[in-house]
Design a binder for this molecule. Structure first.
Ligand SMILES: *Cc1c(COP(=O)(O)O)cnc(C)c1O
Length: 365
């Protein structure tokens, strides 16, 4: 526990921190949602009261991400992981290949899932460096005849993030943005499809956002299970079956919070400042701390680093835990430390962590 009352410094990789004001509002509205005499979870998903929540969330996301009318915004279930299968099921036809850019564990999962449905190949990979960097744009090789090119915009486990996306021309570009959606402005119109589980930047787990260009819906395979067809969700405004109503409500409130705290530009600036606090602590430590990611591929969302020797690293993690920092252990596949500084992680939490890093170094060198 720390200086924010009972709220801890939450650096979890996902599910992760939500804005306190959103939680408080949800608490206040829980029992009697806007005069309905019931909670939002108890409303019919066909009621006008719920539909307003649903449509408002879509409208807010459209506005914040500048999503044009050429795109549908969908809410589906099954997490980012179901999208790994849904994308090839819908778009990987027998005569085409899909190109995957490999930048980490989530790209690998997307790739192996797509293999179940057709021909896939690697358009570029940074695996031989243990995914320390994002391949340069001219390393990315794909064919004009490909069904699509797939990339992971932010690599949650390795702590790398794309700065600039490849131009794929007429080949649809598809991105898993689970861990950096809405963390900075993105040119949505570069993409044919964007998907993201909500539990990192947008809300609780259980809702997955899909932003899909309408022409893709015509291309999509219709001989697959109904619930796995993007077109069905699009045609029914994501109300074909019961959507995760409470999660969508919270997602909408998170988007209101983004708006109320200055919108996407202000949020981007906060994210940059937050990440800088921690990267500065690493870079100014004379090697006491060192990053996993190459400097020019560093993520603003997941900051991965090591302490110079393993004993000290254990001690660092143990002491950090005692000081109320949660979620700093790196993913089991990379080890070390990872601070996930998603949108809702307060500046103060990052400030406290960077101060802790400096004082730990002073006490242990
Ligand atoms: C967390 C994450 C996923 C997995 O999401 P689930 O909702 O747990 O299926 C996929 N891709 C990336 C980049 C992630 O960070």
């Amino acid at each position: 526990m720390n200086h924010q009352g009972t709220r801890t410094y939450n650096f979890n990789a996902g599910p992760s921190a939500l804005p306190l004001t959103v939680l408080e509002k949800a608490q206040q509205e829980l029992i009697d949602f806007r005069g309905s005499g019931m909670s939002v979870m108890e409303l019919s998903h066909r009621s006008a009261t719920y539909e307003e929540v649903h449509n408002q969330a879509i409208a807010n996301l459209r506005k914040l991400m500048s999503i044009s009318d050429e795109y549908e915004v969908l809410f589906v279930q099954g997490g980012g992981s179901t999208q790994f299968a849904m994308v090839p099921m819908n778009f990987l036809t027998p005569e085409k290949k899909a190109a995957y850019i490999m930048t980490g564990a989530w790209s690998e999962k997307a790739f192996s899932e797509a293999k179940l449905f057709g021909q896939v190949y690697q358009a570029a990979s940074s695996k031989d460096s243990n995914y320390r960097y994002i391949p340069s744009l001219d390393e990315v090789k794909f064919e004009a005849s490909d069904a699509y090119v797939h990339l992971t915009s932010n690599n949650t486990i390795f702590g790398t993030q794309w700065r600039e996306f490849p131009n794929t021309g007429d080949v649809p570009l598809i991105a898993d943005m689970s861990s950096d959606i809405l963390s900075k402005p993105i040119a949505v119109n570069k993409f044919a499809l964007i998907y993201a589980g909500a539990q990192k930047n947008l809300g609780p787990s259980g809702v997955t956002v899909v932003i899909i260009r309408k022409d893709m819906l015509e291309l999509a395979n219709k001989n697959i299970p109904t619930m796995l067809q993007y077109g069905i969700h699009a045609k029914n405004n994501s109300l074909y079956n019961t959507p995760p109503t409470f999660g969508i409500y919270l997602l909408g409130e998170v988007l209101n919070w983004v708006e109320e705290t200055g919108g996407l530009d202000a949020l981007t600036k906060r994210n940059e400042e937050k990440a800088k606090l921690i990267y500065d602590a690493i870079d100014q430590s004379n090697g006491f701390y060192y990053g996993h990611a190459d400097v020019n591929s560093r993520s603003l969302m997941n900051l991965t680093f090591r302490v110079k020797d393993e004993e000290l690293e254990k001690k660092f993690l143990a002491e950090a835990k005692k000081e109320g920092f949660v979620g700093l252990n790196g993913h089991r596949s990379v080890g070390g430390c990872r601070a996930s500084a998603y949108n809702a992680v307060p500046y103060e939490a990052c400030k406290a962590l960077s101060q802790f890093m400096v004082s730990f170094q002073q006490a242990n060198s």
